[in-house]
Design a protein around this ligand. Structure first.
Ligand code: NAD
Length: 269
């Protein structure tokens, strides 16, 4: 735990926190003093390992297993969080997955699954958090804002992605969901922003970095010439959750080593 924690006494829910980016975000928020709900779906034992790591660092955490695309389970997760921590100050809407296929072979089930989890799941969690932020209002000893919502988007909210039409559509949807509710909730002092990671080394994109050939190919898309680490995203999440970013709402922070800079044009196009 930091000596002057930036999120002292605040409560945070991070969905999909049993692995990858969500795990790093949960640990980073807890290191800044937040009480953290480690949201997980299929592997509660992995969520427990994250909670144990947070507790070993002197932090506070609980694990909750819920499918973010299931409304009843989402409502029960928020209820359990309020029972344990009293309220919510920070939501990190991180849970997501890919079901890749060429467009003409994409099944309705694979389209629907990705939209249900990546987009509807983020809607359901954001709505519950916003309801609590509005009910409770600002607690000035904790934060200048009544609440903070952070969406885990992707560079694919702006970069089209052949073979991944469902995933790119879900992230493009997150972009306007985030901006629309940022506009709607700003008068209630609720800040809503997105992080758009580029290529971060996690289980979701293992085939893109597990061999030297795959990694070299990936690096041609990254001007900064390194793959991102989950901790790179944890740091951005802490900043967006803290009062240091109090005048930021409706923004997408691209954490991508320059992937969105059209690297193909670097050699004069
Ligand atoms: P990951 O597979 O390690 O994490 C995804 C998490 O979401 C897992 O913990 C999984 O259990 C959880 N999850 C999946 N379905 C769920 C459901 N129905 N309910 C609740 N939780 C569910 O991969 P990651 O890379 O850490 O991905 C985290 C987020 O970051 C995703 O939204 C992903 O789209 C986004 N992202 C990742 C990258 C990258 O390069 N890794 C880039 C851009 C965006």
């Amino acid at each position: 735990m930091q000596t002057n924690p930036k999120l002292k006494g605040q409560s945070a829910l991070v969905t999909g926190a049993s692995s990858g980016i969500g795990k790093a975000v949960a640990i980073a928020l807890a290191n800044e003093g937040a009480n953290v709900v480690v949201g997980c779906s299929s592997h509660p034992e992995h969520g427990q390992q994250v909670a144990d790591e947070i507790k070993a660092n002197g932090g506070t955490a609980m694990v909750y297993q819920a499918d973010v695309s299931n409304e009843e389970e989402v409502l029960a997760m928020f209820k359990a969080m309020y029972k344990e921590f009293g309220t919510i100050d920070i939501l990190v809407n991180n849970a997501g997955l890919q079901k890749d296929s060429s467009f003409v072979d994409m099944t309705l089930a694979d389209w629907q699954k990705v939209i249900d989890i990546n987009l509807t799941g983020q809607f359901l969690c954001a709505r519950e958090a916003a309801r609590e932020f509005i009910r409770r209002g600002i607690v000035s000893e904790r934060s200048a804002a009544a609440g903070k919502i952070i969406f885990m988007s992707s560079v694919h909210e702006v970069i089209p992605w052949a073979g991944h039409a469902n995933y790119a559509s879900s992230k493009g949807g997150i972009m306007l969901l985030m901006k629309s509710i940022a506009q709607e909730l700003a008068p209630q002092k609720i800040r809503v922003n997105s992080i758009a990671p580029g290529a971060i080394q996690t289980p979701i994109n293992k085939e893109a970095w597990e061999t030297p050939e795959a990694l070299n190919k990936l690096l041609t898309l990254i001007p900064y010439k390194r793959i991102g680490q989950p901790e790179d995203i944890g740091k951005v999440a802490v900043w967006l959750a803290s009062d240091e970013s109090d005048y930021i709402t409706g923004a997408t922070i691209f954490a991508d080593g320059g992937m969105t800079l059209f690297p193909g044009f670097a050699g004069n196009g």
